[in-house]
Design a protein around this ligand. Structure first.
Ligand code: NAD
Length: 337
């Protein structure tokens, strides 16, 4: 409300549908009287030599200063000689864990109606270390790096998350039967942290079996923690269980308490600028950001308004089988507030 000092947060509207859905978030937050003062930063039009990417140095400084932000999708610019935007963000801000809640939305029917799980993905190493090269013609090599430091950090985060969010179980997902050294070390770290949390059930599940169990009965899982590449794949699988990319939020956790929430989906160039995008994923990411800031009352209000709008079924965007525009759907959410 107007009596509280607004909290400063960085906003990256991003590319493609990004600015349309970011506008939706701003409108809904205003309607809910959320005291956030957005520090808006767009992706640059040329490479900033200080970041060696299209991300401006000022935008990174903004997140480092405010320690909290919301990010729209960023298209990966074509061309060589600069770093990927998302990788730059992860590296520069030390965003070591990607947290994706995945739950059935009441009122939007999918194959399952009892999904309620959280995937926690290690975000800095594994196959994403950028170490690929040609050994000789016809033979290439990619190096998977797993460190004790990064594995402990993400395992600690997963158990702490479980404890502070009233979760009962953590499953470590791996392929240590084949990747004995790398996934073996990851598991050792999870084992070590698990011993410090005797009240939280702990299990180890091989990734292929995990996929089978997830599609057969997702209710078997609670919190899942895993190395980078497995997390990339499993979290999209989970998004598919509850209705797709237009609905699923995430939050990147960094060192020094940084939280950068972002929708899971990309910039959707096929529907950009057409007022067709579903803003739900970015809105729910905004809700995660509010919960991180302990603005729980407003988080719940906005969350309910979204759920109720979708459940009512009168205003839905095309990806959910409706005919509403982004702006009509946004207005309906604001009306529910
Ligand atoms: P995408 O997620 O942008 O689109 C996949 C499909 O889902 C498209 O048909 C799109 O229309 C639809 N879709 C996605 N979000 C939607 C929404 N909110 N509402 C309605 N429909 C939605 O994936 P892509 O086409 O593979 O990637 C496009 C660009 O986005 C690429 O440049 C890619 O690098 C980038 N990307 C960025 C991020 C990120 O910033 N975190 C993530 C993924 C992809």
């Amino acid at each position: 409300s107007s009596s509280t000092t607004p909290i400063k947060a960085t906003l990256f509207p991003g590319d493609g549908i990004g600015p349309e859905i970011a506008e939706s978030v701003k409108q809904v937050f205003t309607a809910a009287d959320v005291a956030i003062d957005w520090d808006e930063h767009f992706v640059g039009t040329e490479v900033d030599p200080r970041t060696n990417s299209f991300l401006t140095w000022e935008s990174l400084q903004s997140v480092l200063k405010h320690k909290v932000g919301l990010k729209g999708p960023m298209a990966t610019p074509i061309g060589k000689g600069h770093r990927s935007l998302n990788l730059t963000l992860r590296k520069e801000l030390n965003l070591y864990a990607n947290v994706r809640p995945c739950y059935s939305l009441p009122g939007y029917k999918t194959r399952y109606d009892d999904v309620d799980l959280i995937t926690i993905r290690e975000n800095t190493e594994g196959e994403y270390s950028g170490l690929e090269h040609q050994v000789v013609k016809g033979v290439v090599e990619s190096i998977k790096i797993i460190t004790r430091k990064a594995s402990m950090r993400v395992a600690e985060y997963a158990f702490l998350y479980a404890k502070t969010h009233g979760r009962k179980k953590v499953s470590a997902i791996h392929k240590a039967n084949i990747m004995q050294k790398t996934d073996g070390l990851f598991l050792q770290c999870c084992d070590e942290v698990a011993r410090k949390y005797p009240d939280i059930e702990y299990e180890k599940v091989v990734i292929d079996n995990c996929c089978m169990m997830l599609v057969k009965n997702p209710a078997l899982f609670d919190v899942l923690v895993m190395p980078n590449l497995y997390g990339d794949i499993i979290s999209d699988l989970c998004a598919g269980l509850v209705g797709g990319l237009g609905l699923t939020p995430s939050c990147n956790i960094g060192e020094d308490g940084i939280a950068l929430a972002e929708a899971v989906h990309g910039s959707a160039p096929d529907i950009a600028g057409k007022n067709l995008a579903n803003p739900t994923a970015l809105l729910l990411s905004g809700v995660m950001m509010l919960r991180h800031l302990k603005l729980n009352k407003q988080a719940e209000q906005i969350h309910s308004a979204i759920i109720n709008t979708i459940a009512e079924g009168k205003y839905r965007t095309a990806d959910l089988g409706g005919t509403s525009t982004t702006t009509d759907f946004t207005k309906a959410i604001c009306d529910h507030l």
